[in-house]
Ligand binder design. Structure first.
Ligand SMILES: [Ca+2]
Ligand SMILES: [Ca+2]
Length: 69
């Protein structure tokens, strides 16, 4: 059963990565590769965290800012 543990960890890591890419793909309606506050408004939980996630305060969430959450 011990062999299952790394597999589970790997699966969760992959899921987190996919979720982040999907979030940008889903919300980035102007396809500029980043999420504006207007685009984030489509996702209530992301909109609520927007100011906190936008670490450089440029008004956009970049893929790297979403990674750091
Ligand atoms: Ca965008
Ligand atoms: Ca930013």
């Amino acid at each position: 059963m011990k062999k299952l543990i790394p597999l589970v960890v790997l699966t969760f890591a992959s899921m987190a990565l996919i979720a982040e890419e999907d979030l940008i793909a889903k919300l980035d309606s102007d396809n500029d590769g980043r999420i504006s506050i207007e685009e984030a408004a489509q996702d209530a939980s992301l909109a609520a965290m927007f100011a906190e996630l936008d670490t450089n305060k440029d008004g956009y969430l970049s893929p790297s800012e979403l990674e750091n959450q």
